[in-house]
Design a protein around this ligand. Sequence first.
Ligand code: ADP
Length: 265
Amino acid sequence: MCQLFANPVYQQDQLTGTVIVLLDVTEKQERETLRREFSANVSHELKTPLTSISGIAEIMKSGLIDPNDVPHFAGKIYDESQRLIHLVGDIIKLSQLDENSIPYTAAPVDLLELAQNTRIQLENPAAKQQVTLQVEGEPVVIEGVLPVLDEMLFNLCDNAIKYNKPGGHVWVSVKHTPDGPTLTVKDDGIGIPTEDHERVFERFYRVDKSHSKAIGGTGLGLSIVKHSAAYHNARIELESAPGKGTCIRLIFPPGREIHGQEQTD
Ligand code: ADP
């Protein structure tokens, strides 16, 4: 899409011509549309739990509920508040990545050690889902921003557990490959239909909205993964098929450089 600007040119009060500027505003337009969609989605996603909390609090305030039901209602308020906390946290992380304003510096990070720590963090949710989480590979040290890499791997493993079935598996592997340091998260869970492969990295896109919400997703996990990978100049490869499972590979450039190096704190 182009925008046209026409400026008259005068010489000694005489109109001598017109300067015409044609500006391609397609990218700007797309950015604006994305921004509007994001704001609309954020408002909707914030409103739902807030409406729920407000409704439950109103019922409790009325004094009409059985005292035995108080823990049940309080539990609902707690769950909805947790959802809000996760959502707001994810929105903040995304905007920091977007604006290149990550408040941490880059340092050497061993991806294998990171994967082992992620496995420990997710031990309980994995056990609850009856999913086995395994880590294999070799020490691979890259120059990276630890909290960003940590969040990225956590989101991938968390998804691999959430979108799985009892008795399922998640394999995390860390390897040097000819393409560069490679971090792979593979599961034998429900998989993603081919037509959704591109869209799952979009903000708030979910393959099955009600299922994702029921299991506590904010819809921002893979978007954070995409931005975190870009922040480290890493490439993402996705292979997935319904009923077969999902494999996501993050390939860091060999001898990689940090994007956003100018940060000094
Ligand atoms: P959510 O918070 O809903 O999990 P994400 O951005 O992390 O959001 O993922 C987007 C969608 O991609 C999910 O809602 C789910 O439908 C799908 N998805 C992500 N990871 C997996 C996976 N490992 N297996 C199957 N589906 C997945």
